[in-house]
Design a protein around this ligand. Structure first.
Ligand code: SF4
Length: 351
């Protein structure tokens, strides 16, 4: 038995053949799933009742259930808490900007990587999501919003490379033409620095974007913020990133969360410049969003601008991300953490 959303077009062709169905059934099924966005096989009325019942057994169609939806105000960011069939919950965020929409999806329930400023890391990893559950996050929101997102970022709960096979399969489904058809270059995987995952992705022959959470200009600070650094320090991480760029031609974005006094001083900017100079790299600076579990503080706007300016003057392609969705607990893991400890605040509603 295979979950419907985890299947690629070639899997549907094979499944139909094995079940003795004509090849055109696979096309009808894919159209029902991804063009019409059916929520149950019973809605696929181009098939006979008998065939729909067979599909329930062959490839069950399970959509995650919406538990809460937390609007963030005028910027239009909506954070959803979704429940899987076994009751486990993950977050996904709908982020409109300039007429386009990015959906941030989760790859695991919780996360085992324990990054200091991340609410998901406080939970530990409960389990990895299946490929179908990951695709289901996109299908649930596209049904709720009446459209597919333009971009997908795997930056929600979980470390995607600790759930490598399911994540890659899900992204292939989301990318395929008979599926949601989201362009590979509009799909971004984000890792905290799991070197074997970076090395493996370099060999896949896919054009997905990769972003790496760096957050520190040296091992001493990175060790404090990100335990993963003790396993794969900068001397291993950065060469793996260089090799990824050499193999794929894709330039990596390094995410760098600025924390007041910890990594936002001019000396840190200088160290970061030394680290990245000569590398094909982009840097995305993110002023820290306050998280109850981490006592680091948001840096001043002037310090953020000075950091940005230093990198730009050194010729490093750098942007600074606006902090969006702060009212909606939009840092990863925060909504789920709150619903575990007590009710969500604000406009969350039980459906
Ligand atoms: S930042 Fe990402 S990798 Fe780190 S604990 Fe949070 S979810 Fe896991």
């Amino acid at each position: 038995m295979t979950e419907a959303y985890g299947l690629l077009p070639e899997d549907w062709a094979a499944l139909c053949k094995e079940a003795g169905l004509p090849a055109f059934r696979a096309k009808q099924i894919l159209q029902g799933l991804y063009r019409d966005r059916i929520g149950a096989w019973s809605e696929l009325t181009t098939l006979s009742a008998e065939l729909r019942a067979r599909l329930d057994d062959l490839a069950p169609l399970t959509l995650p259930r919406e538990v809460t939806r937390t609007p963030s105000g005028p910027d239009g960011v909506v954070k959803y808490l979704l429940e899987m069939a076994d009751g486990e919950r993950v977050e996904t965020v709908w982020i409109p900007a300039d007429g386009r929409v990015t959906q941030c999806i989760s790859s695991q329930v919780g996360c085992a990587m324990h990054c200091a400023f991340c609410a998901s890391g406080q939970l530990g990893c409960v389990r990895s999501l299946t490929a179908a559950e990951i695709v289901g996050e996109v299908m649930a929101l596209s049904r709720a919003q009446g459209r597919y997102p333009n971009n997908i970022v795997v930056m929600g709960m979980g470390e995607p490379f600790m759930n490598y096979d399911a994540v890659l399969r899900a992204l292939r489904v989301l990318n395929c033409q008979q599926g949601p058809n989201i362009g590979a270059r509009h799909i971004t995987l984000s890792t905290c620095g799991v070197v074997p995952g970076i090395e493996r992705l370099a060999q896949e022959g896919v054009q997905f974007e990769l972003s790496v959470s760096l957050h520190a200009p040296n091992d001493a600070i990175r060790d404090r913020l990100m335990p993963v650094n003790r396993r794969w320090p900068l001397a291993e991480l950065l060469p793996a990133c260089d090799a990824y760029t050499a193999a794929t031609g894709r330039i990596i974005t390094y995410e760098y969360t600025l924390v007041r006094g910890l990594n936002d001083r001019p000396v840190h900017a200088a160290e970061l410049i030394r680290l990245l100079r000569g590398r094909k790299a982009r840097v995305n600076l993110i002023p820290l969003s306050p998280v109850a579990e981490f006592d680091g503080q948001t840096p001043s706007h002037a310090d953020c601008l000075a950091f940005l300016d230093a990198l730009l003057k050194a010729g490093i392609h750098t942007t600074m991300r606006r902090s969006r969705g702060r009212q909606a607990d939009a840092a990863c893991g925060q909504l789920r953490l709150r619903t575990q400890k007590g009710p969500t605040h604000g406009t969350a509603e039980e459906s």
